[in-house]
Design a binder for this molecule. Structure first.
Ligand SMILES: [Fe+2]
Length: 214
C-alpha cells in the first residue's frame, strides 16, 4: 500500500510585529483625531482616498509606507516570487467607533497589508493556527480571515475554515487580496485604528501581443 498526503493550495499569511511603535502609533492616532475626514474605510477600490499623498508632509505616513513595503517584500520572498519590478500602493485607514464592525469583503488588488495602531488588549497570541476560534463568537474587534475555498466549511467538521486574528498595536499582516475578511464589533470607548495597504504588483513587459479592443 502506498499512501501520499498533500496539502494543496495553502494561503500564505505573513505577520510582522514591529518593535517600539508607540510614538508612531500615537502620531497616526493623532493624525486621524485631528483630521477624521481622512478616514475612507468603506472604500476598498482604486478610487479610495490614498493617504500616501501625505507621505512627504507627515513622517508617520512615510514611515508606515516603508514598513508596508518591507512587509510585502517578506511575503513575496516567503512565496518565492521574484518577478515584480514595481508596486502600486493605496493606503487607507479604518477608524472604528464603539459598536462598529466590518462585513466580509476582499480587495481588488494583488496583496493586502493591514497595520494596527490602536486595538483592544487580548491575553492571547494574535494567531493560533491550531485553533481558529469559535466562528460565531463576536469578540471585541477581531479580524476573521475566511477560507478562500468556496464552501470549505462544508468539507469538514473541524474549526479550520477560518482564522481569527487578535490584533495589537505594531502588528502587520500581509496576505493575498482574494482572502475574504471581516472584523467583529469594536467594543471599546476609543477609536480602534488600523491601516490597509493595497499592493498591485507591476511586472516587466512580457512577450504577449497586445491588441486594441476598440
Ligand atoms: Fe479589508
Amino acid at each position: 500500500m502506498e499512501v501520499a498526503d498533500y496539502t494543496f493550495f495553502p494561503t500564505r499569511v505573513v505577520t510582522i510585529q514591529f518593535p517600539e511603535t508607540g510614538p508612531l502609533n500615537a502620531d497616526l492616532c493623532d493624525l486621524l483625531e485631528r483630521r477624521p475626514e481622512l478616514d475612507d474605510r468603506s472604500n476598498v477600490h482604486p478610487d479610495a482616498q490614498n493617504l500616501l499623498h501625505l507621505a512627504e508632509t507627515v513622517p508617520a505616513i512615510k514611515q508606515l509606507r516603508s514598513m508596508f513595503i518591507a512587509g510585502a517584500k517578506q511575503w513575496l520572498a516567503a512565496e518565492g516570487i521574484a518577478g515584480p519590478e514595481e508596486v502600486d500602493l493605496l493606503l487607507f485607514s479604518n477608524r472604528m467607533r464603539r459598536g462598529e464592525s466590518t462585513i466580509v469583503h476582499n480587495h481588488s488588488t494583488d496583496l493586502i497589508g493591514i497595520y494596527y495602531a490602536r486595538t483592544a488588549d487580548y491575553d492571547r497570541p494574535p494567531i493560533s493556527a491550531a485553533d481558529g476560534g469559535d466562528y460565531f463568537e463576536a469578540e471585541d474587534g477581531v479580524l476573521v480571515l475566511h477560507d478562500p475555498r468556496f464552501n470549505a466549511n462544508l468539507t469538514s467538521v473541524s474549526n479550520r475554515d477560518h482564522i481569527k486574528v487578535y490584533p495589537r498595536p505594531g502588528l502587520m499582516l500581509i496576505f493575498p487580496a482574494f482572502v475574504w475578511h471581516s472584523v467583529t464589533p469594536h467594543r471599546g470607548d476609543f477609536h480602534r485604528l488600523s491601516f490597509a495597504m493595497n499592493f498591485t504588483l507591476r511586472w516587466p513587459p512580457g512577450p504577449a501581443e497586445r491588441h486594441s479592443l476598440k
